[in-house]
Design a binder for this molecule. Structure first.
Ligand SMILES: [Zn+2]
Length: 276
């Protein structure tokens, strides 16, 4: 992972190595320790810590990359005034999914085995379905729910109707009826975090933003790592649109940037189909 990060951005690679050497990552798998992962910042010490349980799977490596992406974000902001170190959640998930993408693309590039390449691409395509269809469905459901809630209480039957309609729409009718899940709103914890409405949306946004940035890297070459670092610093003091515009020059209100992100997804699907 350190090598993959370093090939992309020497600064990111050095950071991951430092986290390892300073033992900022708690990954031991021991009895009674829970699964799950998170990164937490220690602003007065200007350090971060990553907690996870490593069970020797590639998914775990990807999770570690995700959390180190968060940690790197805090790291580049550490010298900023405290009130300029905080950033909105959609931008937090950009740094994490970006680090995951760097690792996965490197692994795909290095792999010489067709089976392994298919496995990596399958994972990437599943991620795209999750972010662009499943999580998108949650957003559409929440949006409609909030609109109807203005007029009064929404019945359980109506909530299930809204959920099913959102799933059909966002999966573009590609989901088999066995996959329909009208009662999903009952079980998904995220819908009940009342202090953070639209909790799902930042993941789709972060995925598309990080994929688009990733697509820009080859043409920006050696200037990419510094611009990426500047963008992460800008997240603490600028609006999202302004942060991207001032560092990468793209207007997020126009479709161009987002189409580049979707081109990356399309390329992965084509690669998968060619191999299979
Ligand atoms: Zn995250």
């Amino acid at each position: 992972m350190i090598r993959a990060f370093r090939a992309f951005s020497p600064d990111l690679g050095d950071f991951a190595q430092m986290c390892d050497e300073k033992r900022w990552i708690e990954a031991e798998n021991r009895p009674g320790k829970r699964q799950g992962a998170f990164c937490t910042g220690l602003p007065t010490k200007r350090e971060s810590r990553v907690f996870m349980t490593f069970t020797n799977s590639f998914d775990n490596v990807s999770t570690l990359a995700h959390e180190l992406g968060h940690a790197y974000h805090s790291w580049v902001l550490r010298e900023q005034p405290l009130f300029l170190q905080d950033y909105p959640m959609n931008l937090a998930e950009t740094a994490s999914t970006f680090a995951e993408a760097v690792l996965a693309e490197d692994r795909l590039h290095q792999s010489r085995s067709r089976g392994e390449q298919l496995g990596i691409l399958d994972h990437m395509c599943s991620d795209a379905v999750a972010y662009l269809m499943n999580i998108h469905a949650r957003f559409v459901f929440e949006d409609r729910f909030h609109q109807e809630r203005r007029e009064g209480e929404v019945s359980t039957a109506r909530l299930s109707e809204l959920m099913l309609a959102a799933q059909k729409e966002t999966y573009l009718d590609a989901l088999d009826p066995e996959g329909w899940y009208p009662d999903f709103w009952v079980s998904k914890l995220h819908f009940y975090i009342s202090g953070l409405p639209f909790y799902n949306f930042p993941y789709t946004f972060g995925f598309l933003l990080s994929t688009g940035l990733f697509a820009l890297a080859p043409e920006l070459g050696a200037s990419f790592p510094q611009r990426y670092r500047d963008l992460l610093i800008a997240t603490g003091c600028q609006e999202t649109e302004e942060a991207v515009k001032s560092t990468f020059g793209y207007d997020l209100a126009a479709p161009d940037f987002w189409n580049r992100s979707l081109d990356v997804v399309e390329r992965r699907v084509s690669q998968f189909l060619a191999l299979v």
